[in-house]
Design a protein around this ligand. Structure first.
Ligand code: NAI
Length: 365
């Protein structure tokens, strides 16, 4: 399907297809919106079955980054990239070829970490372009984003708990964590450290065994996690796990997790509302990583200043859930509207600046 007619197109500014003969790289870089600043978003390495799957994924993720950065209060636009490859076939040459493609965009897009694209990859990209975040070497180094992403998800959980139960205390709550990767395991740890209990699933038995050993987690098979009675369901694996098929099985009051694009379709937001499940929108609660990586972009990294912003995700979640209750509308729609309002205000301000006669401020000041 042509990009302009694609159901996920959403007015993207640029969608760049990259093919590198020497390395076999096939990548798509999507820049959704730069109203607030240069587009920032991670690079995902995934063996998409078809390039249509890759396009749909990158467009959805890139728009999500525009909204994420807007609601996180960052002067950044939204973009994302995918490399169509099995992570087993990832080579430094392939990643370098991707980095050169990012460099040719001359700062319109900054790449960061995502699934199957970690710190080591970011360092390889940094060898060929300055437009990369989440580094551990160099002048400014924000490093691994996952502790901050996990911290933001945990803050989101507290916001949602206070909205639903009138009390943000995690102690005594049961949380189902789907996916124990860089973020999911840390979320599970934060929950248990706060006195909650976790039930977990992962396709990798070594991860669930570790969670059982270190966190006293209950372990269930991957498909069974949807049926667990819990206070919070935390999707921390891949996207689209919250669907018309899985929602009727959920026995949670809250959904709050790290995965991007958790809802298989926007309509699922309404289904969740009708079932009385408070959904803390994915791009709101998983913004901790980009809040941290912003230092690499701005050139000033102050970890002490990052944490209060990560903690403030709790307040944003409360505002969204309150708005959803008041308007009797899905929280996912409320969050989208809040992000659109931030963008509209920035566009209006820009237009007003462009219309103002030169030197006017000096004359009237
Ligand atoms: P990861 O790749 O380290 O972890 C994903 C985990 O999910 C792996 O342990 C994998 O085995 C497991 N998994 C895969 N399929 C599963 C299934 N069907 N059921 C249960 N577990 C399954 O990824 P990471 O970094 O922890 O990210 C998790 C999610 O959060 C992703 O969707 C990512 O896009 C999103 N995210 C991550 C950020 C970060 O800072 N790492 C920032 C924002 C979003």
């Amino acid at each position: 399907m042509a990009v302009f007619e694609h159901p996920e197109f959403a007015g993207h500014e640029r969608v760049v297809h990259v093919a590198d003969r020497a390395t076999g790289l096939r990548s798509i870089i999507a820049i959704h919106d730069r109203t607030l600043g240069p587009a920032v978003g991670g690079c995902r390495v995934f063996p998409y079955a078809t390039s249509a799957d890759a396009i749909a994924d990158v467009l959805r993720l890139s728009k999500g980054m525009t909204y994420k950065n807007a609601l996180a209060g960052l002067p950044l636009g939204g973009g994302k990239s995918v490399i169509i490859a099995d992570p087993k076939d990832k080579t430094p040459e392939l990643i370098r070829a991707f980095g050169r493609a990012v460099d040719e965009l001359a700062g319109q897009y900054w790449a960061g970490q995502d699934v199957n694209f970690g710190i080591a990859d970011a360092e390889i990209v940094a060898g060929v372009t300055p437009y990369v975040l989440g580094r551990t070497k160099g002048r400014v180094t924000s490093g691994d984003p996952s502790p901050f992403t996990a911290g933001g998800v945990f803050a989101g959980m507290k916001g949602a708990l206070s909205h639903v139960f009138g009390n943000s205390d995690v102690a005594g709550r049961r949380v189902a964590v789907q996916g124990l990767g860089s973020v999911g395991f840390k979320v599970a740890r934060l929950v248990t450290e706060a006195g909650g209990r976790v039930v977990v699933s992962d396709v990798r038995p070594e991860s669930t065994e570790r969670a059982a050993r270190e966190l006293g987690a209950d372990v269930v098979p991957t498909e069974a996690i949807f049926d667990e009675r819990c206070d919070i369901f935390a999707p921390c694996a891949m996207g689209a796990t919250i669907s018309e098929e899985t929602v009727p099985r959920l026995r949670a009051r809250i959904i709050c997790g790290a995965a991007n694009n958790q809802l298989s379709h926007p309509q699922v937001g309404r289904t969740l509302m009708e079932r009385g499940i408070a959904y803390a929108p994915d791009y709101v609660v998983n913004a901790g990583g980009v809040l941290n990586a912003f230092g690499d972009f701005s050139g000033v990294y102050d970890v002490a200043a990052v944490w209060p912003k990560v903690e403030s995700i709790a307040d944003t979640v409360v505002r969204i859930l309150e708005g959803a209750d008041r308007q009797k509308r899905p929280s996912s729609d409320i969050a989208d509207e809040m992000a659109e309002a931030v963008l509209a205000e920035a566009r209006n301000e820009r237009q007003a600046r462009q219309k103002a006669p030169p030197g006017r401020a000096a004359q009237t000041g």
